[in-house]
Design a protein around this ligand. Structure first.
Ligand code: SAM
Length: 272
């Protein structure tokens, strides 16, 4: 699906509650894999950039790390504070642009950005800022959309859209913001050019359970600003048809009425 960079923080402010309800539980399924990839130990200083509602940051704090979480959306930062309080852990949450971190050089043991840095207009700055704030030997992990060929969720979404809107196959030559890091070799190149060593890239998956695919589809656009231009380009009737098509495409995967599909993601890691 075509994702735009969505660099207006107020779009994320408006989407924050919907994001918390619909998307954070899905991206949150990657938390264990993220924290294991970044090899976090208790007492370490951990940074989450473009942290959203704070799921990973809060898990890192529960592991005993000293956690800073930043996001450029004020509403997301408020949700991080609220969720950390409810979880009974301490997370220092601040409004910040991930391309220009107001944080000291060489100050963190580990840093991640999950489905966040991939939207930055300046990907180079995003990687270089992670590198700058890490201590020597510090570890960075970036999670981004996998290429469509490795992402069953993207495939079924594409099928549903094309069923109803075949003209979409004529395509848009412009590379989707989310797909830039999924180009062959791109993620590795950004890590390496920022100065990282021991760079490794792998595809990982997590299982999505979708109770009501039709409703899920209808809530997706408002919860995810990068989808807005694509979703807003169709009238409500067309979107309702796509939602039905999404349900049909997933019908074979249903167990007790719940659709099950894997979400693929590209995980990159490197050491300063
Ligand atoms: C898809 S969400 C991912 C949130 C969270 N990391 C997760 O895995 O659920 C993208 C997040 O990136 C934030 N974001 C986008 N561009 C940003 C930027 N330039 N600087 C900081 N945060 C940004 C948005 O506000 C949003 O919270």
């Amino acid at each position: 699906m075509h994702l735009v960079p969505a660099q207006n923080p107020s779009d994320w402010d408006s989407a924050a509650e919907g994001y918390a309800e619909l998307i954070a539980p899905i991206t949150g399924n990657f938390t264990d894999q993220l924290l294991s990839a970044v090899n976090l130990s208790p007492g370490e200083k951990f940074l989450d950039v473009a942290a959203g509602t704070g799921t990973t940051a809060i898990s890192a704090a529960k592991l005993g790390a000293t956690v800073t979480a930043v996001d450029f959306s004020e509403a997301m930062v408020e949700l991080i504070r609220k969720n950390a309080l409810a979880a009974g852990v301490e997370v220092t949450a601040s409004v910040m642009d991930g391309q220009n971190l107001n944080l000291q050089d060489n100050s963190f043991d580990a840093a991640i950005s999950a489905f966040g840095l991939m939207f930055f207009p300046n990907l180079t700055r995003g990687f270089k800022e992670l590198y700058r704030v890490l201590k020597a030997g510090g570890r960075a992990v970036v999670l981004a959309d996998a290429p469509q060929s490795d992402d069953p969720f993207a495939q079924v979404s594409g099928q549903a859209l094309l069923k109803v809107i075949p003209s979409l196959s004529e395509g848009n030559d412009e590379v989707s913001a989310g797909a830039r890091l999924a180009q062959p070799g791109a993620m590795e190149e950004y890590f390496t050019n920022a100065g990282f060593k021991n760079v490794q890239i792998q595809t990982i998956t997590s299982e999505m359970k979708i109770r009501d695919p039709e409703q899920f589809w209808l809530k997706l656009g408002p919860a995810l600003p990068p989808l807005k231009p694509l979703f807003n380009s169709f009238d409500n009737e067309t979107m309702a048809e796509v939602a039905k098509a999404f349900d049909e495409v997933l019908s074979d995967t249903k167990v007790d009425g719940v659709a099950i599909v894997n979400l693929g993601a590209l995980l990159g890691k490197g050491t300063k």
